[in-house]
Design a protein around this ligand. Sequence first.
Ligand SMILES: NC(=O)c1ccc[n+]([C@@H]2O[C@H](COP(=O)([O-])OP(=O)(O)OC[C@H]3O[C@@H](n4cnc5c(N)ncnc54)[C@H](O)[C@@H]3O)[C@@H](O)[C@H]2O)c1
Length: 286
Amino acid sequence: MNETALYEFLETEHSEDSFSRSQSGNLIKRDAIKVGILGCGAIANVITDHALKGKLGVDLACFYDRDTKRAESIASKVGGTVALNLKDMLNLVDLVVEAASPQAVIETVPQILKNGKNVIIMSVGALLDLEFKNKLERIAIKNKSRIYTPSGAIVGLDGIKAASVGEITELNLVTRKPPESLGISINEEMVLYEGKASDAVRKFPQNMNVAAALSIACDKEADVKIIADPSVDHNIHDVHVVGDFGEFKTTTRNMSCTTNPKTSVLAAYSAIKLLKSLNDNLKIGT
Ligand SMILES: NC(=O)c1ccc[n+]([C@@H]2O[C@H](COP(=O)([O-])OP(=O)(O)OC[C@H]3O[C@@H](n4cnc5c(N)ncnc54)[C@H](O)[C@@H]3O)[C@@H](O)[C@H]2O)c1
């Protein structure tokens, strides 16, 4: 059943009382998950624009950014509330989407989980600090909360997760980026980094969410190469996985968000799809 048919079905099968219209006119189930967005930049804007088209399936109830003007601007689009701090946001929501920075994950996610709220983490690079990741998992277990990390700017995480049931012998990521996105100017391609994911994340914290997602998905550190390549105008990720299941290769050529050329549209879309899937009765993909 496609989404439009599903909503028509829900509207006819269930009483109108089950739904309300948001300030922006979208149909939202009265018991829809209330979502707070922490970090009102490029990803938050793509999510909100999607909500304006309807059918996000969750209620974008609250927005918080250390730059309050950004939170106000985005909240006004969907009729959400602006929180002046994390505590205020946690009083209003069931789940927080972190779309801010790795530092914001460190500063806010423990508190989110301690309040029994679920969290979607976009700055997944922060989780490559294993001690921190384990601490978050312990807090989540204690408080019956959940941590979600969408697939972000990469494809193939489903395959890697499945492959990790057996033995993975090779996990390689080659990331090519336009030099200007890394703040450099060169005429020929230059290898900026070659080594393990955890070191790459420390050296390029804003850029290595993909390496982190791959490594965490299969509990094996990816071997990473980062190349500044003047011949590309998009971020390109080549992944190569070998294991007892066989072998696969993926290439992702990412379009950038208009408001932040460093951030891939696919990453924002992956958060949207995860938000929508929270209501799914049928789950596809590992
Ligand atoms: N998982 C992935 O594949 C993937 C892909 C792209 C981006 N990301 C990550 O997602 C995050 C958001 O990306 P974006 O492009 O939307 O960023 P952005 O720079 O466009 O917006 C970030 C917003 O968060 C706010 N912010 C930063 N730190 C904060 C804090 N401690 N408290 C409150 N607000 C804070 C900033 O003021 C800004 O408005 C980044 O960390 C980025 O690295 C992940």
